[in-house]
Design a protein around this ligand. Sequence first.
Ligand code: GLN
Length: 205
Amino acid sequence: MDGGRRTSGAPRVGVLALQGDVREHAAVLAALGAQVVLVRSPAQLAAVDGLVLPGGESSVIDKLARSFGLRRPIVDRLSAGMPALGTCAGLILLADRILDGLPTQQSFGGLDVDVRRNAFGSQVDSFEALLDAPAMGEAPLHATFIRAPAVERVGASVEVLASVGDRVVAVEQGALLGTAFHPEVDGELRFHRRFLAHVARVTSV
Ligand code: GLN
């Protein structure tokens, strides 16, 4: 480890490893050739060029990020343009505004969207769907939703990548990607590839 940012070779990316499905994301990123750092400290965050925010419980990840001293550094890196991919709870954490959050729950922000937690209702705990997402290629996305959020407002510079009926479930804004579902559990590699392409772009300038 050289401790600094890499400018060539395998991209060095982090998975925020406070709670949630960290291992699944780390496995996908490693399979795509990335060097993966499990991020639990500001120093680990400083050593990566992009960050994946996993699925899990957004209010818990928020709380732990604050107590690990990671909240401010993550917010700062995101506003400085660090690429990020947030899935499910991770999407909630990237949203500028959370609907139906716990009273003290905060997001990191960055994505100009409003995201409603548990938007598909308590009866429908989880479901799978095939979604058209032309921007991601011809094959439909195989998407697994688990107590999933949905995007209810999309800012002008946000691109909608996929929807379920009238609910937006995948978005991109600059180098930030968010999905309400879990590509990491489905062998759906396109979002991680796209994230790594953003990382390659920001590290090559
Ligand atoms: N409902 C969870 C939350 O509010 C998200 C669920 C998930 O990440 N699978 O954070």
